[in-house]
Write a protein that binds this ligand. Sequence first.
Ligand code: MSP
Length: 513
Amino acid sequence: MSKNFYITTPIYYPSGKPHMGHAYSSIVADVFARFKRIEGYEVLFLTGTDEHGQKIQKEAQKNKKDPKQFCDELSDKFLSLTKSLCLSNDDFIRTTENRHLKSVQEIWNRLVKSGDIYLDKYSGWYSVSDEAFYDKDEIEEIDGKKFSKISGSPVEWVEEESYFFKLSAWSNKLLEFYKKNNNFILPVSRKNEVVSFVQKGLKDLSISRTSFSWGIPVPNNNKHVIYVWLDALTNYLSALNFPNIEDKKYKAFWPADVHIIGKDILRFHAIYWPAFLIAANLPLPKRVFGHGWILSDDKKMSKSLGNILDPIEIIKDYGIDQLRYYLIKEVSLGNDGSISMENLKNCINNDLANNYGNLCQRVFSFIKKNCNNKIPKKNRLNKSDIRLIGNIKDNLAKLIDYINNQNLNEYIKMVVNFSFEANKYFNDSEPWSLKKKDPERMNAILYTISEQIKNISILLNPIIPISTKKVLDTINLSDKDVSIDSIKKDEIFDYNLELKNLDILFKKIENDN
Ligand code: MSP
């Protein structure tokens, strides 16, 4: 079985500064990437920016900037967001790079060669902000203006010469593919939406534009630029050095294991992308996972409502692990989820400060005071000790399964529960009352709870990498031992080493009222 894992985020339009929705897609993908790494996989985690098209060209014009210069500045903000979010991405692709241009033109040429492209004229509705074509029945009129019923964004009438991709020819092949690959589109509700859309029959897709120039030129006809979605989707291949299909990266990582995307861009990833790939005679990704929307106080974030949450501000005020934890714990992946500062504070206090943080702090300070600051050796564990430790080991396969099915909510629920149990065990066992009476028993308890802290920290590491790293450093666990395998092993502690100091992990947030 291949131990390689390729995961991607959407590449973001650098048309404005990053917001919480972008941060969410990236954090979710990062959690999976980090988990697969500690599970022992060679992971390639890709993110980047989607820089061509009319939307970017217009935005650059508005800002009186040359589009490339405009993209350089904004792409930089997305790059720096990867650092602020503590992403473990291995690469950051920009669609204005040369490696990408080569790859898109090769896809184009393959589609020409397979007979899937023809020249005609497009007339219909186009949304610049979605960079999407819409059918008549997908349009509604409000106050004399036309909007997409699907996204709510304004549309304009477009009539121009255009190359078309014979998407209509691939409906049946796509339906067959969805049937054979039941988990290609997740969650299931989204899969059903896609299947019924394709069942209605697909129209050919316009894949070039002539009314602006900010894009990759169509080979042999530079009056046209390639449609930005055909351009953008190909980024997933460009990062693997496609078109060189003999390249090490391509061979190791294509097809991708999962594209993490928001539900609004499902049509592009679950219909257009596989159709392009089938026509280009390339293998299809294994999964497309469409997450829901982050709502701000129950409403869609929008400039006009003034409720756009800026991840950078929140990180400054509360910390990155806190934000990551909150988004993963409180938003049910796959559904829309409302977030609020009030809930964020409660989550930090209840789960992080009072539960996991408190557990680590009190256990380590107890060991410092009572055991010369060293974890006691494993000795004479009783049934309750063995049960506590066994519970994580017995559930490992389940946890891995949760991750492999993008069931992050069940995963985190279970891990948080281990942490509650560990706190309860520590309270109930009262090691402080045993120092004189039964030091051997006290040591067994301290060994057990340290083992639990190690295992819980490893399991939480993909979600809160900074704080768990501090905890694992405190018990002198080396980076290579931050792995799922280490959960299976007892006694990987170096008993000769003293615990390092652990500062407060999560400050409690005072409520304003
Ligand atoms: N450039 C395209 C993607 C091309 S991928 C080949 C794009 N960019 S985007 O910047 O508009 O959005 C990127 C991602 O952010 C999408 O997955 C979108 O769903 C996500 N989000 C944007 N706003 C969001 C929320 N409010 N909530 C959650 N995610 C949303 O689309």
